[in-house]
Design a binder for this molecule. Sequence first.
Ligand code: TRP
Length: 335
Amino acid sequence: MKKTILTGLRPTGNLHLGHYFGACQNYLKMQNDYDFYLEIADVQALTDNFNNPEKVRKNVTEITIDLLSTGLDPNKVNFFIQSKIPEIAELTVFYSNLVTVARLQRNPTVKTEIAQKKELFGNDGESITYGFLGYPVSQAADITAFQGELVPVGEDQLPLIEQCREIVRKFNSIYGETLKEPSAILSETKRVKGLDGNDKMGKSLGNAIFLNDSEEVIKKKIMGAITDPKKIKKDDPANPDICMVYYYHNLVNNKENIEKVCSECKKGSRGCVQCKKELIEAMNNFLAPIKEKRAYYEAHPEEVKEILENGTKKAKQKAEEQMKKIKKAMKIDYE
Ligand code: TRP
């Protein structure tokens, strides 16, 4: 029996290199050997976009196309839409008894997000909604509705997986051994830095390269990337370790070129403009097959729709089976 993988993404924008290296690469590696469920988490996206439903709706399709364009095979991965699986919402209600409000308030990921969303939740989180505070509970429902054992995620999601494990243990201790405790699987590249040198690449940080950025946009972004500030003249020796251009060469270029960039930079025999131009070329080459697949799916919207329908059908079956077990354990399995 293949193990089950469950992961999810909030449909709030297009995927960027941070998603690609931090998460998608892992999906690509794992798609062959597991029973894979990939949730487009529209209900979770609404927890902090409840006032912008058009954005969520549009990005359900966008993010599905992005994911397919990275090379995920719809015959191996079940793409599904969260809101089409009402069992998840039902489970969320059951689990809400198994977690304290204080524990949710201490969740580091939730805390960080509340601090970032002052406009929505107030300066000190005084306007935090019940829904947003509780999204880790609904995420535990996402995972366990499918008996997800492995959860490939970015580093920022670890506190949410831990929260899920706690809910599972609590459930099993009260209602009997029913649920599996999931494990997080991190990518080799845990986190991708932004063009500005920020530790994290993020859409809201304005420092991201998106998988669907045009060549023109990529050129502009890379030309503005942060390099060693001490390097003034073209032939000044510099430190590649603090240069974002070298950092991205490492992600998208080949070994030989990466070594060349590093040694020439240290020696002062390479100017930053030349180095950026080479990165632009390497980045375009790296993104070309992804964009080619994107163009295919953009031209075949009915295929994308069908992929979501088929995946959702499979997910629904799996969640229904799991729900029977859960209701039985909770003694709410009325005939
Ligand atoms: N919270 C995740 C994010 O913001 C998305 C997500 C929703 C998820 N449900 C999930 C991740 C289940 C892993 C498992 O990216």
